[in-house]
Design a protein around this ligand. Structure first.
Ligand SMILES: [Zn+2]
Length: 212
């Protein structure tokens, strides 16, 4: 099988997302660029993840054209490939409909509540456009900008990316954690994100690999 390692990384990541409750049913999708070729492994459309096998992960080119795999690639492929075309530093992308990220996407740009979350801000909100469209793909690219790792998509979910799958997954996990803590803190009337100065310092420490 071609691109087996890349396909396996995508499958492992989507199963982790299912286990963590970030993905329910067949919603959400994950992609990874192959390290050697300009092709992307991506979860297929409408297939249950729990019983998915490595060969069922679809392969597309950098424009999202279906090249290999028995099932058609995710309908949200344009978002993943658009971000990888725009950002040479990105090799992995994670899109989920996590409950709290989706709630916060209606209105709230997320700010860190705890230090590890600082790596993934700013988390801005992409206005609603139809899922699977080139329009939503373009808006995600624009909102992430040159170095963003996470954004919320209004009435839809979140989109995260990273230099590798570990970073893209961490972005998705911490974005959902940020959304969950933000939601409960706001509902409890005690919302107080980290101070701006501390966020800047923490981001610099993480970037220099000096955070504890
Ligand atoms: Zn979606």
């Amino acid at each position: 099988m071609k691109y087996e390692k890349t396909r396996q990384t995508v499958l492992n990541a989507i199963l982790d997302c299912v286990d963590m409750g970030l993905i329910h049913g067949t919603s959400g999708n994950i992609a990874m660029k192959d390290p050697d070729e300009d092709v992307v492994a991506i979860t297929p459309s409408g297939i249950r993840y729990k019983t998915m096998t490595v060969d069922q992960i679809a392969i597309v080119d950098m424009n999202g054209k279906w090249l290999d795999g028995p099932f058609k690639p995710s309908s949200e492929t344009p978002m993943h490939t658009a971000v990888m075309r725009a950002r040479k530093d990105v090799t992995a992308t994670v899109h989920t409909h996590g409950m709290f990220a989706t709630i916060c996407a209606m209105n709230w740009e997320l700010k860190p509540i705890t230090p590890p979350q600082c790596e993934f801000v700013p988390v801005r909100v992409v206005p609603f456009t139809m899922p699977g469209s080139d329009e939503v793909a373009a808006k995600v690219v624009e909102t992430l900008g040159e170095d963003g790792l996470s954004c919320l998509i209004k009435n839809h979910g979140m989109f995260c990316c990273g230099k590798n799958m570990a970073q893209a997954m961490a972005a998705a996990i911490y974005t959902e954690e940020m959304a969950t803590t933000t939601y409960y803190a706001k509902v409890a009337g005690i919302y107080e994100p980290m101070p701006e100065e501390a966020i800047k310092k923490m981001k610099a420490l993480i970037a220099a690999d000096q955070a504890v």
